[in-house]
Design a protein around this ligand. Structure first.
Ligand SMILES: Nc1ncnc2c1ncn2[C@@H]1O[C@H](COP(=O)(O)OP(=O)(O)O)[C@@H](O)[C@H]1O
Ligand SMILES: [Mg+2]
Length: 278
């Protein structure tokens, strides 16, 4: 599996043409901008969102894009994986509720070209604050402003379906959904697509990626065969080690198959973004 090239699917999730057309419909009002916001999203926890976000942000920077990794999950995993701690507590949410400048909270990482906007405890109340503020495109406006400084913004999302996730969908040019391989992978993806599609009239392309794929396991192989066009990230101790080294896999194990697979996934994401202009 590793070493084989997988293109991102043109049809997300299977057979229904109508759904595919809907899934592929880009947010037309973003097509003109060269920058891009990529959300890593699922309604489920523990599926690999933070791992994807941290590693894909690194790939983006390696690709020459000035990149911001924005942690929207109070668990704070993205910042942690870059060895960062929030500077002050209770401030991350004020970017939304009090117009606090995100620039003040953004932290540099050990790598050129990649900065992190870490989460903190205050992010837990973000959904309620967004409801209170009532500005449906608050996050989209913020990412648009930040796109003046960052060519790529990667959103590490919490596993929720609420006003925050609706704002994520409005802000994103592309939504990546990590899916652990199982006989239910396709159904799990359909669920995410349905929930997103049911909550917003127009939404960006939504792309499934098998995460934690272990081809020694029969069920994983079957999930792979059932979704042959889905890209994948292997289950690998090199990926787990990110939390030990507090570095992305491409930094601490650049030769590993997992690092190569993330780089390949990133190239496919860029190809998908390029289709916006087409
Ligand atoms: N490809 C992988 N190989 C091995 N472990 C992984 C892989 N992807 C994620 N993990 C591990 O699975 C756990 C959950 O991943 P995480 O990215 O935090 O999920 P989420 O953000 O969706 O909750 C973490 O302990 C992480 O190290
Ligand atoms: Mg997470």
């Amino acid at each position: 599996m590793v070493g084989k090239k997988h293109k991102l699917p043109r049809i997300a999730g299977g057979s229904v043409r109508e759904r595919a057309r809907r899934v592929e419909e880009p947010n037309a009002d973003r097509q003109s901008s060269g920058g891009a916001t990529i959300a890593i999203y699922s309604v489920k926890g523990g599926v690999g969102k933070t791992t994807f976000a941290a590693n894909l942000a690194w790939c983006s920077a390696q690709d020459g894009h000035r990149t911001l990794l924005w942690d929207l999950d109070a668990a704070g995993g993205s910042g942690f994986l870059y060895g960062l701690e929030p500077k002050g507590s209770g401030l991350a949410e004020e970017v939304f509720s009090r117009d606090r400048s995100p620039a003040k909270l953004i932290q540099r990482t050990a790598w050129d070209g990649i900065d992190v906007l870490p989460a903190d405890e205050s992010i837990r109340s973000l959904d309620a604050q967004l409801m209170r503020i009532g500005k449906r495109k608050r996050l989209a406006k913020l990412t648009e402003e930040l796109s003046g400084s960052y060519a790529r913004i990667v959103l590490d999302c919490p596993p929720v379906m609420n006003e925050l996730s609706a704002q994520v969908v409005r802000a994103a040019d592309l939504v990546i959904v990590p899916l652990p391989p199982s006989p239910l992978s396709a159904r799990a993806f359909d669920l995410v697509v349905r929930e997103i599609a049911g909550n917003t009239r127009r939404h960006p392309p939504i792309l499934p990626v098998l995460s934690m794929l272990d081809i020694r396991r029969a069920l994983h192989r079957r999930a792979r065969e059932a979704n042959p066009n889905w890209p994948s990230v292997p289950y690998a101790s090199a990926v787990e080690q990110c939390a030990v080294h507090r570095q992305p896999v491409g930094a601490h194990s650049p030769q590993s198959p997992a690092a190569q697979q993330f780089a390949r996934l990133w190239r496919a994401i860029e190809a998908k973004l390029a289709e916006r202009a087409a």
